[in-house]
Design a protein around this ligand. Structure first.
Ligand code: ATP
Ligand code: MG
Length: 346
């Protein structure tokens, strides 16, 4: 029987909720739209539809930014609305339990904010436990985290890239970079502005990325992109190629590679050697970029780069395993434990 136990991955792009014994029950944009700054107009995917098209009286906000809560009040409103929607389908949530995935490389205050968020909702949780995101991510991707001595997991999401080294069931190192799929979109917007004097919107950039980006082969596709000519001010279209999109995204990719090189450089030699042998596991939505494992292999000199089958759902899948399998239960900790444990010895 399905129980009232939920696992939540609050992403900068989308919030994913898993219900124990049942499966994923929510996966929508982490977005809330207000009218006149107070009245909630829409949440989730419906609110995101309005993004970039609204009059001044409506504002569409993303309360999670770069992996942390940037507006507690807006996120609380959003979460209360999500729970209300879910309660309509599943009945009352009162007295339920929550497993919340939190990034490792953030401050104690930022970690506690995730706890306070769920604790502050109208559903009055019975128990909240925190799970370090890199652990959930690795378990979700299928890494044998207990036996594995030195595996690198790189979660490339929407506004973050979380680079972690997992060894013998713990996190040896984790770094959260403010780079992700939205950064790639900005790279594309900037490059098209520079090259063609054309200003395109973020949703157009996202479509260009999904249609054209490909690091695997010499495949060169192209697609027309509409925007505003920066000289005449009139709408115009330009032909955009795979090469341009790849070049634009490469700017941010180089920064990710540079960070990985620095991390490996600072890692004790035995563990660095293990990472070399065990390889690098790519997770998160942006790991779906075609040919990304090839790009990583060539830039980092590691030919064991794999991509998680679960993509955006990798962390959620890990939470699911932790909730369903008692063997993994030790990875869900109380707020006190989460704040007390020093997991970053490097
Ligand atoms: N096939 C694909 N190719 C390239 N990018 C993709 C693909 N599918 C999804 N993405 C990108 O993945 C991102 C969303 O990934 P994900 O759900 O892991 O992010 P998030 O968890 O919400 O954010 P974060 O972890 O950064 O806080 C979006 O930026 C989207 O553009
Ligand atoms: Mg994420």
């Amino acid at each position: 029987m399905a129980q009232k136990v939920f696992g939540i991955d609050f992403g900068s792009d989308s919030t994913k909720i898993y219900r124990k014994g049942q499966g994923v029950v929510y996966n929508q944009k982490s977005v809330i739209a207000f009218k006149n700054h107070t009245k909630i107009l829409a949440i989730g995917d419906e609110a995101f539809e309005m993004y970039g098209k609204t009059p001044e009286s409506i504002n569409v906000t993303f309360p999670i930014a770069h992996g942390v809560i940037n507006s507690f009040a807006n996120m609380l409103s959003l979460l209360n609305c999500m729970f209300l929607d879910l309660e309509r389908v599943f009945g009352k949530f009162r007295g339920s339990e929550y497993y919340v995935a939190v990034p490792s490389d953030i401050t104690e205050v930022e970690k506690k904010a995730f706890y306070d968020l769920v604790d502050g909702t109208l559903v009055r949780p019975k128990r909240i436990r925190l799970v370090e995101k890199p652990i959930a991510d690795a378990i979700g991707a299928g890494v044998d985290i207990v036996k594995s001595q030195g595996t690198m997991v790189v979660n490339i999401g929407s506004e973050t890239t979380e680079i972690s080294i997992i060894s013998l069931g713990g996190i040896l190192f984790s770094k959260l970079l403010p780079i992700g799929g939205r950064t790639f979109n900005e790279n594309i917007i900037n490059m098209i502005r520079r090259k063609y004097n054309l200003l395109i919107g973020e949703k157009t950039a996202e479509s260009l990325k999904l249609e054209l980006a490909n690091f695997s082969s010499k495949r060169d596709d192209s697609m027309n992109a509409f925007g505003r000519d920066l000289v005449t001010g009139l709408p115009r279209e330009s032909l955009v190629t795979t090469e341009l999109v790849n070049d634009a995204i490469s700017e941010s990719m180089q920064s990710i590679f540079e960070n990985i090189r620095v991390i490996l450089d600072r890692t004790p030699p035995e563990i660095a050697a293990d990472v070399y042998h065990n390889g690098i596991c790519l997770t998160g939505g942006s790991a779906n970029l075609p040919g990304l494992s090839f790009l990583f292999s060539t830039n980092l000199g590691n030919n064991k780069v794999t991509v998680s089958d679960f993509g955006v759902m990798t962390v959620t899948n890990g939470l699911a395993k932790i909730m369903e399998d008692r063997y993994y239960d030790r990875y869900a900790v109380s707020l006190k434990q989460a704040l007390a444990e020093d997991k970053f010895p490097l």
